[in-house]
Design a protein around this ligand. Structure first.
Ligand code: IFM
Length: 477
């Protein structure tokens, strides 16, 4: 294969998130988050794992930054923890904020660009007690918290992301109940999605008001995890409709308000008659909300792991024939994360990662092209991409060939999209190090750096060494 170069100034980084690596859940005045509560629900997390200790990143941060520097990372995508900064969701905790200030300084001293996400799912429990993301007020509390972080770090951090994968916060949190806070309340997921978007819009407005513009080196965006939605059987009308609904409840529910200033008509039809708090859910959309939500973005973050191939539920199917591969591994029974449900994700025969996620790099290319063609998307950063694997330590080394191959295939897909004219500016591998993988606890390893959870020793895997070379070369070969 010939050498394929990435554009000059392409940003190479690794990503992680507060709750997944920090541990120290009681340190320095941190308050409880919805995940601290959820991990204690019997059966919610595989193996009964929790993130009380996780990777001890809170204590080991300077060494972790030194490791990033040794790997030659240009950027580190991290999230700030709302319950550290505002333990009850409102009151400011300077000690918690200070951690992120020290992290930022450490990164800058190491020549690593901080790429900050304000919300990666750890809502303060006190706000969930007041309704969480189904309560409009949470969007305003998000703005307050976000501005506290902005006021403290805005002099040193240039790249600001409001939310990470609001689909998960909304639909897994409030519709399927597979994620914290574990509510299974149908259309509440759409309500939560709207309030997450509102919080995003409120921050963008204030960010601009305070001079946050690209000509001053400041940028703001949001990270989504859009999927492709290919009907399992494109000749079967019901599967085509399942794909349309999946696209609606997974992609367009965010992309349309953000990039077109409106919710799609078919989403309204699919949720017709669905009540939230005894009223049509659409009542939560107030005049002016969509204008706030659709303010221009400086970048769109895209997280991608696998495509989706839905099939409508078939009552004539043989038992097991249409089993959804990912749903099987759920540690506890879940509702569908798509209000109204009615479809599954059959296996298609594609290769999978060690934990069953189907590998489809060309779906990634198609997705990136679609974001440009259908939405005229702003510049894109791949804010997460990577593979879970059952890594084995052999004589102190981890030969994670599968992960390296996965990343390489997806980097080719990024280059293919760039060749087709899509403006992709950077790539963050998920994840910097093995960490707490939500409902799967520590059973899923995603890191390019291995973490021994008994000793907390970090060991770069082969994929990390290879990734460092690719980043240094700014090319695949
Ligand atoms: O670990 C998660 C991350 O927090 C959000 N995106 C997907 C990753 C892998 O499941």
């Amino acid at each position: 294969m010939t050498t394929r170069e990435f554009p000059p100034d392409f940003l190479w980084g690794a990503a992680a998130a507060s709750y997944q690596i920090e541990g120290a859940v009681d340190a320095d005045g941190r308050g409880p988050s919805i995940w601290d509560t959820f991990v204690r629900v019997p059966g919610a997390i595989l193996n009964g794992d929790d993130a009380d200790v996780a990777c001890e990143h809170y204590e080991r941060m300077p060494q972790d930054v030194a490791l990033m520097e040794r790997l030659g990372l240009g950027s580190y995508r991290f999230s700030t923890a709302w319950p550290r900064v505002c333990p009850d969701g409102k009151r400011v905790n300077p000690a918690g904020l200070d951690f992120y200030s020290r992290l930022t300084d450490e990164l800058l001293a190491a020549g690593i660009t901080p790429f900050l996400t304000l919300y990666h799912w750890d809502l303060p429990q006190a706000l969930e007690d007041e309704g969480g993301w189904t309560n409009r007020d949470t969007a305003h509390r998000f703005l307050d918290y976000a501005m506290v972080v902005h006021d403290a770090l805005g002099d040193r951090v240039d790249s600001w992301t409001t939310h990470n994968e609001p689909w998960c916060s909304a639909f897994m949190g409030y519709t399927s109940g597979g994620h914290a806070p574990g509510r299974q309340e149908g259309v509440a997921g759409v309500v939560a999605a709207h309030h997450l978007l509102l919080g995003h819009g409120l921050f963008v407005e204030e960010f601009r008001r305070r001079g946050g513009t690209p000509d001053r080196g400041k940028s703001v965006g949001i990270t989504l995890n859009p999927t492709v939605a290919d009907p399992f059987d494109p000749t079967r009308e019901a599967d085509v409709d399942a794909a349309r609904r999946l696209d609606g409840f997974h992609n367009r529910v965010f992309l349309d308000p953000l990039l077109r200033g409106a919710y799609a008509d078919d989403l309204a039809r699919d949720t017709e008659g669905m009540l939230f708090d005894g009223r049509p859910w659409q009542d939560v959309v107030h005049d002016g909300d969509l204008a706030l939500i659709s303010q221009p973005l400086d970048f769109l973050g895209v997280n991608f792991y696998h495509g989706d191939v839905p099939a409508a539920l078939r009552y004539d199917a043989a038992p097991g024939e249409l089993l959804g591969s990912r749903i099987e591994h759920s540690p506890r029974p879940r509702e569908s994360p798509y209000p109204g449900g009615g479809f599954v994700f059959p296996r298609t025969g594609r290769p999978t990662t060690d934990r069953d996620w189907e590998i489809d790099p060309d779906a990634f290319r198609r997705l990136l092209v679609r974001l440009r063609d259908d939405y005229d998307a702003p510049p894109i950063y791949i804010t997460e991409n990577g593979a879970m694997a059952d890594d084995v330590v052999e004589d102190g080394a981890i030969h994670d060939v599968g992960r390296q191959h996965y990343i390489e295939q997806h980097l080719h897909a990024v280059l293919d999209a760039i060749d087709e004219g899509v403006d992709v500016r950077g790539y963050f591998v998920w994840s910097l190090m093995d960490n707490f993988e939500w409902s799967y606890g520590y059973a899923h390893r995603f890191g390019i750096v291995h973490v021994d959870y008994d000793t907390q020793v970090r060991t770069p895997k082969d994929s990390a060494l290879w990734f460092a070379e690719v980043a240094a070369r700014n090319a695949l070969q």
